[in-house]
Design a protein around this ligand. Structure first.
Ligand code: ZN
Length: 138
């Protein structure tokens, strides 16, 4: 039972040990990776995007779309998987999204841009997520 996915750190020091410095900066300090730097910006591989901190399933790959904004973008999350929080930092009012399970920062959600039929863009740091590629039986 003591696998990584069932035992969540309770302190930031524990998170710091588990995550790389770059991951910690984004996931636990709500940092933002530079545009077009992330490993999943152009990824089209089918699978499930999970929270990099706790492994919770967040975004099926078929919700990913090309926004050309420089970060992986999704039109919706698995219901309840992400929590929206009003973010008034940097002189703007934005909606931050966090992993519901572990509270780690994922990115921001934007609405009304017309990118998709759902008119929603979850702009997520590659460092916040990890793709679990779809398994194909041989
Ligand atoms: Zn998480």
């Amino acid at each position: 039972m003591a696998s990584d996915e069932t035992t969540l750190p309770t302190t930031e020091d524990e998170w710091r040990v588990r995550l790389s410095p770059a991951e910690f900066r984004v996931l636990r300090e709500a940092g933002t990776e530079p545009a077009f730097s992330g490993e999943y910006v152009d990824t089209k591989t089918p699978g499930m995007y999970q929270c990099r901190a706790c492994g919770a399933e967040l975004y099926p790959s078929d919700t990913k779309f090309e926004s050309h904004c420089g970060w992986p973008s999704f039109d919706d999350a698995i219901p309840g998987a992400v929590t929206e929080i009003e973010d008034r930092s940097h002189g703007m009012v934005r909606t931050e999204i966090r992993c519901t399970r572990c509270g780690s920062h994922l990115g921001h959600v934007f609405r009304g841009e017309g990118f998709t039929p759902k008119n929603t863009r979850h702009c997520v740091n590659s460092l916040s997520i990890r793709l679990d590629p779809e398994q194909h039986d041989a």
